[in-house]
Design a binder for this molecule. Structure first.
Ligand code: NAP
Length: 316
């Protein structure tokens, strides 16, 4: 069996599958360990009362999977053929693997604004990870773009470093939960620029110098001076390589059947952020990885999912 992706979901699936003697082959993409490797301290993963660094947690999970016999392949899954079993998985456009079952745990990636200057200045003032890069903006003004929980969380976190944090959002109303909004609103270091559209990221000497925004009411543009632009506008599930062969929801998350990890394709399972737009936590991803491995085991031994096609009809 194969597992695609090595975040908490994929690695937990690998631990369970290896212990069940399913000999999992695990493909690590361009970001081995997933999003947790982009964070610093993880304080809410049960079992670590003093917290644990994200990369360390992921390295431990990987070691645990290896200890039980999981094999790791480094590479990018360029395409899959799910039209018949065994499935074909092409890594780096050159090596083809075959597998009777697949667990897709390819996670989600940060969405970008797609405005001029943004991608060129990534890592030179533009960031998608406050916990990774906040430290570099000590006593400097920072802009956070977005109106959801992520933006509130990142802005609040960044006030530890920044001289001030400006939240830039495209509407007057925030999408964030009340508790997260209140926390940000009560923080004296947070300023608000609402109902504007980001137009471009400005630079001087190759580094970010400001964010140009257009007022949605007046149409006027202006530049908010800043050395750091943190983009926190949500995530996009990494499902492009599936090329429409598995049913996705409107945003692109993999749909799963009922409370299981089974997808619309018999033999293909999904777990973690690639199928969960709601909870998106390391622990919930790990939990669903466990479910996926158990589902594969039951499927292969023929004690569950015999009526897969019928079950899949319940998907939209
Ligand atoms: P989100 O809820 O989808 O919010 C994305 C925000 O970015 C929205 O305010 C959206 O504006 C804005 N946006 C999207 N595309 C944009 C664009 N092209 N240009 C400008 N603005 C854009 O994403 P999220 O904040 O990452 O949260 C995702 C999920 O994780 C949510 O369920 C959230 O509750 C959860 N989460 C929870 C916590 C926590 O509880 N600790 C922390 C982080 C995330 P509109 O509002 O106008 O659409």
């Amino acid at each position: 069996m194969m597992i695609l992706g090595t975040g908490p979901a994929g690695l937990t699936a690998a631990i369970y599958a290896a212990r069940a003697n399913l000999n999992p082959v695990v493909v690590e993409g361009n970001e081995p360990g997933g999003q947790l490797t982009l964070t610093t301290e993880v304080e809410n993963f049960p079992g670590f009362p003093d917290g644990i660094m994200g990369p360390e947690l992921m390295e431990s999970m990987r070691k645990q999977a290896e200890k039980f016999g999981a094999t790791f392949v480094r590479g990018w899954v360029s395409s899959v053929d799910l039209s018949q079993r065994p499935f074909q998985v092409v890594v780096d456009e050159q090596t083809t693997y075959v597998s009777e079952t697949l667990i897709v745990s390819t996670g989600a990636s940060a969405k970008m604004l797609g405005i001029p200057g943004e991608s060129d200045l990534l890592g030179r003032g533009v960031s998608t990870c406050a916990t990774c890069d906040g430290f570099f903006f000590r006593n400097k003004p920072i802009v956070v773009v977005g109106g959801g929980d992520s933006a509130m969380e990142e802005a609040t976190f960044l006030t530890k470093f920044a001289s001030e944090v400006t939240i830039v959002h495209r509407r007057n109303e925030l999408r964030a939960s009340k508790v997260m909004q209140d926390r940000a609103r009560n923080n004296p270091k947070i300023k608000w620029v609402l109902n504007v559209t980001p137009v471009s990221v400005q630079s001087e000497s190759g580094k970010v110098s400001g964010l140009e925004v257009r007022d949605n009411e007046t149409g006027e543009t202006r530049v908010i001076p800043t050395e750091g632009v943190f983009v926190a506008i949500g995530h996009q599930p990494n499902t492009g390589f599936l090329n429409g062969q598995v049913k996705l929801d409107a945003v692109g998350y993999i749909q799963t059947i009922g409370t299981t990890t089974a997808t619309s394709v018999e033999g293909v399972f999904a777990c973690g952020d690639v199928m969960d737009s709601h909870y998106r936590q390391a622990i919930t991803a790990a939990g669903s990885g466990c479910k996926a491995a158990m589902d594969v085991e039951k499927f292969l031994e023929g004690s569950a999912f015999q009526d897969w096609a019928q079950l899949a009809e319940t998907l939209a």
